[in-house]
Design a protein around this ligand. Structure first.
Ligand code: UD1
Length: 428
């Protein structure tokens, strides 16, 4: 457990390499359970969520190890499908294990998953697609028990778009008997990456870019390897860190096509960018007096995960910015924490209203992963020193944010503390 100590006022300038994607790799790790060989995930981010999922896989009987930046998952001997609370409630993504374990073992139990304190995090959409595929599910006080013979292909319409439920449905369907058609699926890039990975393992999947995913079940999958794609949210966070300090930040390997909505907004804010040789060069010197008006949305809309980092930048821009969160109803806490830095921020008619100005260093507390990153961005832009408790949230998703920001000229230090996190244990 630690805290970040930031001396604000240093303009960011330089280049960093974008880490592998957290949200892409977690379902891929669950997918490794669907085969009986060794999966290799190259350029895998060394973040706490990956370590946590690795621990869960080990608990089920998988052998895991690292070679440099590559993660190896040997899933020959999976011995249990019961994931107790001590593992599952550490992360929201533990719910993917139902889709990974059920086809493999015919039964599974996953304790209720944790999740960031960013609003209600129900799992009804996950359960409905598994039921449609023929799983028998029972919810006990502690978690979800699932059993099935071989799952059966089905036609299922998601009543609401969900990234995780789409991924769970795809995981469960690739080994089901017959054809599955999933309608109203999420189209986030991480779903495309998961389908690409499953195809490498021998799955037959089509249509994932369209929102209607067609799967022909196969009787078995084989091992595969894949480069974990670059993290669009980490790339967006660093771009916005540049914007907060009016800096010039180059992002090597940034997934430019996946952050179009951010780049469009960045251009409207006065930022300039160009892509050369796989690197995104950003120039934020023109940012400062064009406030923002944006609503978060499903992909390709503006990502909810960048809402709080964007709010931190808006707090430094003259004029009134408005940001509406449409995915998670309770995701304004980090922005409101910025009030301790002198920011004029309120929630009006369900949207954030930010009247930008100068920020001053303060003692802050992170309560979720992206919100924690947003506080760091505000600290970089503020005058004086900012201290942010609960680094554990940030460490779940960023490989080495303090090191990357130092490389860009930011004065960010990580300090070890013995304190436990002050808020409930959470994750995205
Ligand atoms: C994923 C991402 C997270 C991102 C989010 C939205 C991972 C590990 N996490 O989360 O970073 O912020 O997508 O882009 O990939 N919902 C239900 N019932 C369900 C499931 C979801 O009502 O069974 C609701 C949620 O409360 C939310 C909305 O659907 O309001 C979207 O959530 P979802 O797309 O499922 O997000 P996650 O997959 O949890």
């Amino acid at each position: 457990m630690g805290r970040y100590r930031i001396e604000g006022g240093h303009r960011l300038e330089g280049r960093v390499r974008v880490q592998g994607s957290k949200n892409a790799v977690l379902p891929m790790m669950a997918a490794s359970l669907l085969q009986k060989g060794t999966v290799i995930l190259r350029h895998c981010p060394r973040i706490d969520d990956v370590r946590c999922m690795e621990e869960i896989l080990r608990y089920t009987g998988a052998r895991t190890w690292w070679q440099k930046g590559d993660l190896f998952l040997d899933c020959r001997d999976i011995v249990t499908g019961k994931i107790p609370g001590a593992y599952a409630d550490k992360m929201r993504s533990s719910v993917f294990l139902l889709g990974g374990l059920l086809p493999r073992l015919g039964s599974a139990f996953v304790s209720y998953p944790g999740g960031c304190t960013i609003g209600q995090r129900p799992v009804d959409l996950h359960l409905s697609v598994l039921r449609a595929l023929g799983a028998k599910l029972t919810e006990t006080g502690e978690g979800i028990s699932a059993s099935a013979g071989r799952l059966r292909g089905c036609s299922h319409h998601f009543p609401k778009i969900s990234v995780g439920a789409t991924e769970n449905g795809v995981l469960a369907a690739v080994l089901a008997e017959g054809k599955t058609c999933l309608y109203n699926c999420a189209r986030e890039p991480e779903i495309l990456h998961l389908c690409r990975f499953l195809r490498r393992m021998g799955a037959v999947i089509q249509g994932e870019e369209s929102g209607t995913i067609r799967i022909r079940g196969v009787s078995g999958l084989h091992s595969a390897e894949m480069e974990v794609p670059a993290d669009r949210i980490a790339a967006g966070t660093y771009l916005l860190a540049g914007a907060a300090t009016r800096g010039e930040v180059a992002l090597e390997g940034a997934p430019v096509a996946e952050i179009r909505s951010l780049l469009e907004l960045y251009g409207k804010m006065g930022g300039q960018y160009e892509v050369k040789g796989g690197t995104l060069f950003t120039d934020s010197r023109g940012i400062g007096n064009r406030p923002v008006q944006v609503a978060t949305g499903c992909y390709p809309g503006f990502p909810t995960d960048l809402q709080s980092p964007l709010a931190a930048v808006c707090a430094t821009i003259e004029g009134i910015s408005r940001i509406r969160e449409t995915i998670f109803e309770d995701r304004y806490q980090a922005a409101l924490e910025l009030r301790k830095m002198g920011a004029d921020i309120s929630v009006r008619d369900g949207e954030l209203q930010i009247c930008g100005g100068r920020l001053r260093g303060a003692a802050l507390r992170a309560g979720d992963l992206r919100g924690g990153a947003a506080l760091i961005l505000a600290g970089l832009a503020a005058s004086g020193v900012t201290q942010i408790e609960n680094s554990c949230y940030v460490e779940r998703g960023y490989e080495q944010i303090e090191k990357d920001l130092r490389q860009l000229g930011g004065a960010v230090r990580y300090e070890k503390t013995s304190r436990m996190p002050v808020y409930a244990d959470t994750e995205e």
